[in-house]
Design a protein. Structure first.
Length: 186
């Protein structure tokens, strides 16, 4: 890793953390709740274009954002979120990077580790002591939460993130960045 990679990692870590903090400051349940759409997750697919600095950045950014809110609402859940949330980002971003030749498939696939890992511990929140219904089905609490988080991750990664990759991946956008020294994965 050279200075540019470290700088890009810092940019993505900061951007991810800031996006989560701002979103949760104005719309708390949308970033930290059983039914969430964490908009910052749209940065994860950018590992397709910028590689390992994005993988590291969204992992560190997830850690920073979750540390900011540790113990704020559910102190007993904080340690899980601080450790497992960034692990989910790391796995999702690494998977997307590995599958980068098939961009849409990569973005879709990246949503599943987040849904399984984050949904795997979020069902412990008190809001889930009621039996949730998804598509009219009365599911076990853990299954409903995993499905809910996976669906929201699909929106963030496979819709918003994929659109972002398509826009930033255009030659008219990427060539000026490359000409100024930004490393782009080919």
């Amino acid at each position: 890793m050279d200075a540019r990679d470290v700088s890009l990692t810092a940019v993505f870590a900061s951007l991810y953390a800031i996006m989560v903090v701002v979103q949760s400051s104005f719309f708390r349940p949308s970033a930290y709740s059983p039914i969430q759409l964490r908009v910052a997750d749209c940065l994860i697919p950018l590992s397709i274009l910028f590689g390992w600095p994005v993988v590291a950045g969204v992992t560190i950014g997830g850690f920073m954002a979750n540390m900011y809110y540790i113990g704020d609402v559910y102190p007993w859940l904080g340690i899980y979120d601080v450790v497992l949330g960034p692990v989910a980002n790391l796995i999702a971003a690494s998977l997307i990077f590995a599958l980068r030749k098939q961009r849409l498939l990569a973005c879709i696939t990246g949503a599943f580790p987040i849904g399984l890992i984050v949904g795997g511990y979020l069902w412990l929140l008190p809001e889930f002591f009621l039996r949730p219904d998804i598509f009219g089905l009365s599911l076990p609490i853990w299954a409903a939460v995993i499905i809910s988080i996976t669906m929201s991750s699909l929106i963030a990664l496979a819709v918003i993130g994929y659109i972002l990759v398509r826009i930033l991946g255009r030659p008219a956008v990427i060539q000026p960045l490359k000409s100024r020294g930004l490393k782009v994965v080919e």
